[in-house]
Design a protein around this ligand. Structure first.
Ligand code: SF4
Length: 455
Protein backbone atom coordinates (compact mmCIF):
# COMPACT_ATOMS: atom_id res chain seq x y z
CA UNK A 1 0.00 0.00 0.00
CA UNK A 2 1.23 3.48 -0.82
CA UNK A 3 2.03 5.76 2.12
CA UNK A 4 2.00 9.55 2.11
CA UNK A 5 5.61 9.77 0.96
CA UNK A 6 4.92 7.60 -2.12
CA UNK A 7 1.81 9.58 -3.00
CA UNK A 8 3.71 12.86 -2.67
CA UNK A 9 6.50 11.58 -4.92
CA UNK A 10 3.95 10.36 -7.51
CA UNK A 11 2.28 13.77 -7.54
CA UNK A 12 5.62 15.52 -7.80
CA UNK A 13 6.67 13.47 -10.86
CA UNK A 14 3.29 14.14 -12.49
CA UNK A 15 3.67 17.86 -11.82
CA UNK A 16 7.14 17.86 -13.41
CA UNK A 17 6.07 16.25 -16.70
CA UNK A 18 5.67 19.64 -18.39
CA UNK A 19 8.54 22.14 -18.17
CA UNK A 20 10.51 20.10 -15.58
CA UNK A 21 13.67 22.24 -15.52
CA UNK A 22 11.79 25.44 -14.72
CA UNK A 23 9.70 23.73 -12.05
CA UNK A 24 12.67 21.97 -10.43
CA UNK A 25 14.54 25.30 -10.35
CA UNK A 26 11.56 26.94 -8.58
CA UNK A 27 11.35 24.09 -6.04
CA UNK A 28 15.10 24.30 -5.35
CA UNK A 29 14.95 28.08 -4.78
CA UNK A 30 12.01 27.62 -2.42
CA UNK A 31 13.74 24.86 -0.41
CA UNK A 32 16.91 26.95 -0.21
CA UNK A 33 14.91 29.86 1.24
CA UNK A 34 13.00 27.70 3.74
CA UNK A 35 15.99 25.59 4.77
CA UNK A 36 17.31 28.03 7.39
CA UNK A 37 19.33 25.35 9.19
CA UNK A 38 20.99 24.31 5.89
CA UNK A 39 19.96 20.68 6.35
CA UNK A 40 19.54 20.14 2.61
CA UNK A 41 21.96 22.74 1.32
CA UNK A 42 24.50 20.23 -0.10
CA UNK A 43 21.92 18.35 -2.18
CA UNK A 44 20.16 21.55 -3.25
CA UNK A 45 23.49 23.13 -4.29
CA UNK A 46 24.29 20.10 -6.46
CA UNK A 47 20.86 20.22 -8.14
CA UNK A 48 21.12 23.98 -8.59
CA UNK A 49 24.64 23.75 -10.06
CA UNK A 50 23.58 20.92 -12.35
CA UNK A 51 20.28 22.25 -13.62
CA UNK A 52 20.70 26.00 -13.36
CA UNK A 53 24.39 26.15 -14.25
CA UNK A 54 25.83 27.30 -17.55
CA UNK A 55 25.90 23.92 -19.23
CA UNK A 56 22.75 22.78 -21.05
CA UNK A 57 23.59 19.07 -20.81
CA UNK A 58 21.57 18.22 -17.70
CA UNK A 59 18.74 20.48 -18.70
CA UNK A 60 18.50 18.47 -21.92
CA UNK A 61 18.73 15.18 -20.01
CA UNK A 62 15.87 16.22 -17.70
CA UNK A 63 13.66 17.58 -20.46
CA UNK A 64 14.18 14.49 -22.67
CA UNK A 65 13.57 12.19 -19.70
CA UNK A 66 10.20 13.72 -18.83
CA UNK A 67 9.15 14.01 -22.48
CA UNK A 68 10.24 10.60 -23.75
CA UNK A 69 9.81 8.22 -20.79
CA UNK A 70 6.46 6.93 -19.57
CA UNK A 71 5.23 8.77 -16.43
CA UNK A 72 4.49 5.57 -14.49
CA UNK A 73 8.07 4.41 -15.11
CA UNK A 74 9.43 7.70 -13.72
CA UNK A 75 7.08 7.55 -10.73
CA UNK A 76 8.28 4.02 -9.94
CA UNK A 77 11.93 5.07 -10.25
CA UNK A 78 11.42 7.98 -7.86
CA UNK A 79 9.24 5.99 -5.45
CA UNK A 80 11.61 3.02 -5.26
CA UNK A 81 14.90 4.93 -5.11
CA UNK A 82 14.08 8.16 -3.28
CA UNK A 83 11.59 6.73 -0.82
CA UNK A 84 12.34 3.02 -0.41
CA UNK A 85 16.07 2.56 -1.14
CA UNK A 86 17.06 5.82 0.59
CA UNK A 87 14.51 6.99 3.19
CA UNK A 88 12.99 3.69 4.31
CA UNK A 89 15.82 1.25 3.52
CA UNK A 90 18.75 3.37 4.80
CA UNK A 91 17.78 3.50 8.51
CA UNK A 92 16.66 -0.18 8.45
CA UNK A 93 20.03 -1.26 7.03
CA UNK A 94 21.92 0.89 9.55
CA UNK A 95 20.11 -0.71 12.48
CA UNK A 96 20.87 -4.25 11.29
CA UNK A 97 24.48 -3.33 10.54
CA UNK A 98 24.93 -2.17 14.09
CA UNK A 99 23.04 -5.04 15.72
CA UNK A 100 24.87 -7.83 13.86
CA UNK A 101 28.17 -6.03 13.24
CA UNK A 102 28.09 -6.84 9.54
CA UNK A 103 27.72 -5.00 6.25
CA UNK A 104 24.17 -4.71 4.87
CA UNK A 105 24.09 -3.75 1.20
CA UNK A 106 21.66 -1.50 -0.61
CA UNK A 107 21.51 -3.90 -3.58
CA UNK A 108 21.72 -7.62 -4.35
CA UNK A 109 23.15 -8.85 -7.66
CA UNK A 110 21.74 -12.28 -8.46
CA UNK A 111 22.33 -14.71 -11.34
CA UNK A 112 19.00 -16.50 -11.88
CA UNK A 113 20.67 -18.82 -14.41
CA UNK A 114 24.12 -19.75 -15.67
CA UNK A 115 22.70 -20.43 -19.13
CA UNK A 116 23.40 -18.03 -21.96
CA UNK A 117 22.41 -18.11 -25.63
CA UNK A 118 25.65 -16.38 -26.75
CA UNK A 119 29.31 -17.34 -26.46
CA UNK A 120 31.29 -14.13 -25.92
CA UNK A 121 35.09 -14.10 -25.90
CA UNK A 122 36.44 -13.88 -22.34
CA UNK A 123 33.05 -14.29 -20.63
CA UNK A 124 32.97 -16.97 -17.95
CA UNK A 125 29.25 -17.64 -18.50
CA UNK A 126 30.03 -19.27 -21.84
CA UNK A 127 31.94 -22.05 -20.04
CA UNK A 128 29.38 -22.57 -17.26
CA UNK A 129 26.76 -24.30 -19.37
CA UNK A 130 23.12 -24.55 -18.48
CA UNK A 131 23.31 -26.63 -15.31
CA UNK A 132 22.73 -23.94 -12.68
CA UNK A 133 19.45 -22.13 -11.98
CA UNK A 134 17.99 -20.49 -8.89
CA UNK A 135 14.38 -21.55 -8.47
CA UNK A 136 11.57 -18.98 -8.43
CA UNK A 137 11.05 -19.80 -4.74
CA UNK A 138 14.66 -18.93 -3.90
CA UNK A 139 14.46 -15.67 -5.88
CA UNK A 140 11.19 -14.84 -4.15
CA UNK A 141 12.67 -15.60 -0.74
CA UNK A 142 15.71 -13.37 -1.49
CA UNK A 143 13.41 -10.43 -2.30
CA UNK A 144 11.40 -11.09 0.86
CA UNK A 145 14.46 -11.41 3.09
CA UNK A 146 16.14 -8.46 1.38
CA UNK A 147 13.18 -6.18 2.02
CA UNK A 148 13.18 -7.14 5.70
CA UNK A 149 16.82 -6.02 5.88
CA UNK A 150 16.10 -2.72 4.07
CA UNK A 151 17.20 -3.87 0.59
CA UNK A 152 14.87 -2.67 -2.17
CA UNK A 153 17.10 -2.97 -5.24
CA UNK A 154 17.69 -6.27 -7.06
CA UNK A 155 19.94 -6.64 -10.09
CA UNK A 156 20.20 -9.69 -12.32
CA UNK A 157 23.17 -10.87 -14.35
CA UNK A 158 24.10 -14.32 -15.53
CA UNK A 159 24.19 -16.20 -17.84
CA UNK A 160 21.54 -14.35 -19.72
CA UNK A 161 18.97 -13.32 -17.07
CA UNK A 162 16.15 -12.81 -19.57
CA UNK A 163 16.08 -16.57 -20.14
CA UNK A 164 14.12 -16.26 -16.87
CA UNK A 165 12.06 -13.23 -17.91
CA UNK A 166 8.73 -14.78 -16.91
CA UNK A 167 9.96 -15.29 -13.34
CA UNK A 168 11.53 -11.82 -13.22
CA UNK A 169 8.29 -10.13 -14.32
CA UNK A 170 6.47 -12.17 -11.67
CA UNK A 171 8.85 -10.79 -9.02
CA UNK A 172 8.40 -7.23 -10.33
CA UNK A 173 4.64 -7.65 -10.01
CA UNK A 174 4.84 -9.06 -6.51
CA UNK A 175 7.43 -6.61 -5.13
CA UNK A 176 6.12 -3.32 -6.42
CA UNK A 177 8.06 -1.42 -3.74
CA UNK A 178 11.39 -2.78 -5.06
CA UNK A 179 13.32 -1.90 -8.20
CA UNK A 180 14.65 -4.58 -10.57
CA UNK A 181 17.42 -4.30 -13.12
CA UNK A 182 19.00 -6.77 -15.57
CA UNK A 183 22.24 -6.79 -17.56
CA UNK A 184 21.20 -8.40 -20.84
CA UNK A 185 22.57 -9.27 -24.26
CA UNK A 186 19.25 -7.97 -25.63
CA UNK A 187 18.45 -10.94 -27.86
CA UNK A 188 15.33 -11.95 -25.89
CA UNK A 189 13.69 -8.51 -25.82
CA UNK A 190 10.40 -8.49 -27.76
CA UNK A 191 7.10 -6.56 -27.90
CA UNK A 192 5.58 -8.66 -25.12
CA UNK A 193 8.49 -8.05 -22.74
CA UNK A 194 8.38 -4.29 -23.45
CA UNK A 195 4.64 -4.25 -22.68
CA UNK A 196 5.28 -6.18 -19.46
CA UNK A 197 8.07 -3.80 -18.41
CA UNK A 198 5.83 -0.78 -19.01
CA UNK A 199 2.99 -2.42 -17.07
CA UNK A 200 5.06 -3.30 -13.98
CA UNK A 201 7.02 -0.01 -14.09
CA UNK A 202 9.81 -1.17 -11.74
CA UNK A 203 12.16 -2.99 -14.12
CA UNK A 204 14.92 -1.67 -16.35
CA UNK A 205 17.57 -3.15 -18.63
CA UNK A 206 21.23 -2.40 -19.37
CA UNK A 207 22.18 -3.70 -22.80
CA UNK A 208 25.65 -5.22 -23.09
CA UNK A 209 27.47 -3.73 -26.04
CA UNK A 210 31.20 -3.47 -26.80
CA UNK A 211 31.48 -0.25 -28.79
CA UNK A 212 30.79 0.01 -32.51
CA UNK A 213 29.46 -2.80 -34.71
CA UNK A 214 32.88 -4.27 -35.53
CA UNK A 215 33.99 -4.37 -31.86
CA UNK A 216 30.68 -5.72 -30.58
CA UNK A 217 30.47 -8.46 -33.20
CA UNK A 218 34.15 -9.39 -32.69
CA UNK A 219 33.54 -10.13 -28.99
CA UNK A 220 29.87 -11.26 -29.03
CA UNK A 221 29.40 -12.84 -32.45
CA UNK A 222 28.27 -11.69 -35.88
CA UNK A 223 24.95 -9.81 -35.96
CA UNK A 224 24.92 -9.04 -32.20
CA UNK A 225 25.30 -5.26 -32.57
CA UNK A 226 22.29 -5.14 -34.90
CA UNK A 227 20.18 -7.21 -32.51
CA UNK A 228 21.08 -5.01 -29.54
CA UNK A 229 20.24 -1.75 -31.27
CA UNK A 230 16.96 -3.23 -32.55
CA UNK A 231 16.08 -4.13 -28.95
CA UNK A 232 16.93 -0.56 -27.87
CA UNK A 233 14.66 0.83 -30.61
CA UNK A 234 11.83 -1.35 -29.33
CA UNK A 235 12.36 -0.16 -25.74
CA UNK A 236 12.42 3.45 -26.92
CA UNK A 237 9.19 2.95 -28.88
CA UNK A 238 7.55 1.76 -25.65
CA UNK A 239 8.83 4.87 -23.77
CA UNK A 240 10.95 2.82 -21.37
CA UNK A 241 13.90 3.83 -19.22
CA UNK A 242 17.07 1.88 -20.08
CA UNK A 243 20.82 2.11 -20.64
CA UNK A 244 23.85 0.14 -21.78
CA UNK A 245 26.86 -1.56 -20.26
CA UNK A 246 30.28 -2.06 -21.78
CA UNK A 247 33.31 -4.08 -20.88
CA UNK A 248 36.34 -2.12 -22.02
CA UNK A 249 39.34 -4.19 -23.00
CA UNK A 250 42.69 -3.69 -24.69
CA UNK A 251 40.86 -3.84 -28.04
CA UNK A 252 37.78 -1.63 -27.65
CA UNK A 253 38.52 1.09 -25.05
CA UNK A 254 38.83 3.83 -27.67
CA UNK A 255 35.62 2.68 -29.35
CA UNK A 256 33.42 2.60 -26.21
CA UNK A 257 34.80 5.99 -25.15
CA UNK A 258 34.35 7.64 -28.56
CA UNK A 259 31.91 10.50 -29.16
CA UNK A 260 30.41 8.58 -32.09
CA UNK A 261 29.52 5.55 -29.98
CA UNK A 262 28.23 7.47 -26.94
CA UNK A 263 26.15 9.81 -29.14
CA UNK A 264 24.70 6.81 -30.97
CA UNK A 265 23.65 5.19 -27.67
CA UNK A 266 22.02 8.44 -26.49
CA UNK A 267 20.17 8.78 -29.80
CA UNK A 268 18.92 5.19 -29.39
CA UNK A 269 17.33 6.20 -26.05
CA UNK A 270 19.94 5.17 -23.45
CA UNK A 271 19.87 7.26 -20.26
CA UNK A 272 22.75 5.62 -18.39
CA UNK A 273 25.97 3.72 -19.07
CA UNK A 274 27.86 1.28 -16.83
CA UNK A 275 31.45 0.81 -17.90
CA UNK A 276 33.26 -2.28 -16.64
CA UNK A 277 36.71 -3.51 -17.53
CA UNK A 278 37.92 -6.98 -18.39
CA UNK A 279 39.06 -9.19 -15.47
CA UNK A 280 40.89 -12.43 -16.26
CA UNK A 281 38.87 -15.01 -14.30
CA UNK A 282 38.75 -18.76 -14.90
CA UNK A 283 40.75 -21.23 -16.91
CA UNK A 284 39.93 -19.61 -20.27
CA UNK A 285 40.91 -16.08 -19.19
CA UNK A 286 42.60 -14.08 -21.95
CA UNK A 287 45.33 -11.86 -20.53
CA UNK A 288 45.66 -9.90 -23.77
CA UNK A 289 42.15 -8.46 -23.15
CA UNK A 290 43.27 -6.56 -20.02
CA UNK A 291 43.22 -2.80 -20.69
CA UNK A 292 46.60 -1.08 -20.32
CA UNK A 293 47.08 1.48 -17.50
CA UNK A 294 47.03 4.22 -20.13
CA UNK A 295 43.68 2.96 -21.43
CA UNK A 296 42.25 2.82 -17.91
CA UNK A 297 43.43 6.38 -17.23
CA UNK A 298 42.00 7.49 -20.56
CA UNK A 299 38.65 5.92 -19.64
CA UNK A 300 38.72 7.68 -16.26
CA UNK A 301 39.15 11.06 -17.92
CA UNK A 302 36.67 10.32 -20.69
CA UNK A 303 33.90 9.31 -18.26
CA UNK A 304 34.42 12.60 -16.38
CA UNK A 305 34.19 14.45 -19.70
CA UNK A 306 31.08 12.54 -20.80
CA UNK A 307 29.36 13.53 -17.54
CA UNK A 308 29.77 17.22 -18.31
CA UNK A 309 29.20 17.16 -22.05
CA UNK A 310 26.54 14.51 -22.74
CA UNK A 311 23.01 13.89 -21.43
CA UNK A 312 23.90 10.50 -19.98
CA UNK A 313 24.49 9.15 -16.47
CA UNK A 314 27.91 7.56 -17.01
CA UNK A 315 29.40 5.23 -14.40
CA UNK A 316 32.77 3.51 -14.30
CA UNK A 317 32.76 0.45 -12.04
CA UNK A 318 36.47 0.60 -11.14
CA UNK A 319 37.40 4.24 -11.65
CA UNK A 320 34.52 5.63 -9.59
CA UNK A 321 36.22 4.59 -6.35
CA UNK A 322 36.38 8.24 -5.33
CA UNK A 323 32.59 8.66 -5.43
CA UNK A 324 31.95 5.25 -3.89
CA UNK A 325 34.73 5.64 -1.24
CA UNK A 326 36.55 2.56 -2.53
CA UNK A 327 35.34 -0.99 -3.12
CA UNK A 328 31.57 -1.43 -2.73
CA UNK A 329 31.58 -5.24 -2.47
CA UNK A 330 31.30 -7.67 0.44
CA UNK A 331 27.89 -6.28 1.33
CA UNK A 332 29.14 -2.72 1.82
CA UNK A 333 26.87 -1.62 -1.05
CA UNK A 334 26.24 -4.90 -2.81
CA UNK A 335 26.99 -8.63 -2.99
CA UNK A 336 26.60 -11.33 -5.62
CA UNK A 337 24.74 -14.64 -5.55
CA UNK A 338 25.69 -16.93 -8.41
CA UNK A 339 23.34 -19.32 -10.20
CA UNK A 340 24.44 -22.20 -7.93
CA UNK A 341 23.52 -20.14 -4.85
CA UNK A 342 27.04 -19.31 -3.62
CA UNK A 343 27.10 -15.96 -1.83
CA UNK A 344 30.11 -14.04 -3.12
CA UNK A 345 31.36 -10.55 -2.14
CA UNK A 346 31.30 -9.35 -5.76
CA UNK A 347 30.42 -10.58 -9.27
CA UNK A 348 34.16 -10.77 -10.00
CA UNK A 349 35.27 -12.48 -6.78
CA UNK A 350 34.41 -16.15 -7.12
CA UNK A 351 34.94 -17.26 -3.51
CA UNK A 352 32.42 -17.93 -0.74
CA UNK A 353 31.86 -19.57 2.63
CA UNK A 354 28.14 -20.19 2.28
CA UNK A 355 25.39 -21.11 -0.14
CA UNK A 356 21.98 -19.44 -0.05
CA UNK A 357 20.25 -22.84 -0.21
CA UNK A 358 21.59 -23.52 3.32
CA UNK A 359 21.63 -20.15 5.09
CA UNK A 360 19.56 -16.99 5.42
CA UNK A 361 20.67 -13.76 3.78
CA UNK A 362 21.49 -12.30 7.18
CA UNK A 363 23.66 -15.33 8.03
CA UNK A 364 25.39 -14.99 4.66
CA UNK A 365 26.25 -11.37 5.46
CA UNK A 366 28.04 -12.52 8.59
CA UNK A 367 30.16 -15.13 6.76
CA UNK A 368 33.94 -14.97 7.38
CA UNK A 369 34.86 -13.65 3.90
CA UNK A 370 32.36 -10.81 4.29
CA UNK A 371 33.83 -10.01 7.70
CA UNK A 372 37.29 -9.89 6.09
CA UNK A 373 35.98 -7.42 3.52
CA UNK A 374 34.48 -5.27 6.27
CA UNK A 375 37.75 -5.32 8.19
CA UNK A 376 39.97 -4.38 5.20
CA UNK A 377 37.81 -1.84 3.34
CA UNK A 378 38.94 0.49 1.86
CA UNK A 379 41.70 -1.62 0.35
CA UNK A 380 43.90 1.35 -0.51
CA UNK A 381 44.16 4.97 0.65
CA UNK A 382 43.98 5.98 -3.02
CA UNK A 383 40.36 5.41 -4.14
CA UNK A 384 41.57 5.00 -7.72
CA UNK A 385 43.22 1.74 -6.57
CA UNK A 386 40.09 0.22 -5.03
CA UNK A 387 39.92 -3.43 -6.02
CA UNK A 388 41.30 -6.36 -3.99
CA UNK A 389 41.57 -8.43 -7.17
CA UNK A 390 42.59 -6.05 -9.92
CA UNK A 391 44.62 -3.54 -7.89
CA UNK A 392 45.61 -5.10 -4.54
CA UNK A 393 45.77 -8.85 -5.25
CA UNK A 394 47.87 -9.60 -2.15
CA UNK A 395 44.91 -8.50 0.00
CA UNK A 396 42.49 -10.82 -1.77
CA UNK A 397 44.84 -13.76 -1.20
CA UNK A 398 45.03 -12.87 2.49
CA UNK A 399 41.25 -12.50 2.87
CA UNK A 400 40.37 -15.73 1.07
CA UNK A 401 42.95 -17.69 3.06
CA UNK A 402 42.02 -16.10 6.42
CA UNK A 403 38.37 -16.91 5.87
CA UNK A 404 38.91 -20.39 4.46
CA UNK A 405 36.62 -19.54 1.56
CA UNK A 406 36.12 -22.06 -1.25
CA UNK A 407 36.37 -21.34 -4.97
CA UNK A 408 32.95 -20.91 -6.58
CA UNK A 409 34.28 -20.83 -10.13
CA UNK A 410 31.64 -22.91 -11.88
CA UNK A 411 33.90 -24.24 -14.66
CA UNK A 412 36.37 -25.68 -12.09
CA UNK A 413 37.92 -24.42 -8.83
CA UNK A 414 40.51 -21.67 -9.19
CA UNK A 415 42.99 -21.26 -6.27
CA UNK A 416 43.18 -17.61 -5.27
CA UNK A 417 46.97 -17.50 -5.79
CA UNK A 418 46.47 -18.67 -9.39
CA UNK A 419 43.78 -16.05 -10.02
CA UNK A 420 45.84 -13.24 -8.53
CA UNK A 421 48.95 -14.22 -10.48
CA UNK A 422 47.02 -13.03 -13.56
CA UNK A 423 46.38 -9.52 -12.19
CA UNK A 424 49.60 -8.80 -10.31
CA UNK A 425 51.39 -7.22 -13.28
CA UNK A 426 48.38 -5.05 -14.20
CA UNK A 427 48.19 -3.92 -10.55
CA UNK A 428 51.90 -2.98 -10.44
CA UNK A 429 51.61 -1.03 -13.68
CA UNK A 430 48.40 0.76 -12.67
CA UNK A 431 49.60 1.97 -9.23
CA UNK A 432 51.97 4.80 -10.39
CA UNK A 433 49.49 5.97 -13.03
CA UNK A 434 46.69 6.04 -10.42
CA UNK A 435 48.88 7.95 -7.95
CA UNK A 436 49.56 10.63 -10.55
CA UNK A 437 45.86 10.85 -11.48
CA UNK A 438 44.90 11.17 -7.82
CA UNK A 439 47.42 13.96 -7.23
CA UNK A 440 46.04 15.84 -10.24
CA UNK A 441 42.52 15.32 -8.94
CA UNK A 442 43.43 16.69 -5.50
CA UNK A 443 45.03 19.74 -7.10
CA UNK A 444 41.90 20.48 -9.16
CA UNK A 445 39.76 20.13 -6.03
CA UNK A 446 41.98 22.56 -4.08
CA UNK A 447 41.82 25.11 -6.87
CA UNK A 448 38.02 24.83 -7.02
CA UNK A 449 37.72 25.26 -3.25
CA UNK A 450 40.03 28.28 -3.29
CA UNK A 451 37.93 29.86 -6.07
CA UNK A 452 34.72 29.16 -4.18
CA UNK A 453 36.17 30.71 -0.98
CA UNK A 454 37.00 33.92 -2.86
CA UNK A 455 33.40 34.30 -4.13
S1 SF4 B 1 35.93 -6.39 -5.44
FE1 SF4 B 1 36.80 -5.15 -7.08
S2 SF4 B 1 35.35 -5.33 -8.73
FE2 SF4 B 1 34.28 -5.95 -6.90
S3 SF4 B 1 33.33 -4.07 -6.13
FE3 SF4 B 1 35.29 -4.26 -5.10
S4 SF4 B 1 36.61 -3.00 -6.37
FE4 SF4 B 1 34.83 -3.45 -7.62
Amino acid sequence: MKNMRHIAVDQLVKYLTSDPVKKISKIVSLVQKLDRKHKYSDVMDIIADTLMGESDVWKKFTEDLFREVDTKTLQKLAECFLVNVAFIGGPKRDKIKEKYNCNVPLALLIDPTSACNLNCTGCWAAQYGKQHNLSYDILDSLCQQGRELGIYWFLFSGGEPLIRKTDIIRLCEKYQDCYFFAFTNGTLVDEQLCEDIRRVGNFTLAFSIEGNEANTDMRRGKGCYKRVVEAMDLMKKHKLFFGYSTCYTHYNTESVASDEFVDEMIARGCRFAWNFTYIPIGKDAQLDLIATPEQRAYMYKRVQEIRTTKPLIALDFWNDGETAHGCIAGGRSYLHINAAGDVEPCAFIHYANVNIHNVSLLEALQAPLFQEYKKHQPFNSNPLIPCPLLDNPEILIEMVNNSNAYSTQLDGPEPVEELCSKTVLAAQRWAPVAEKLWEERQQIKKEKEAKAAKR
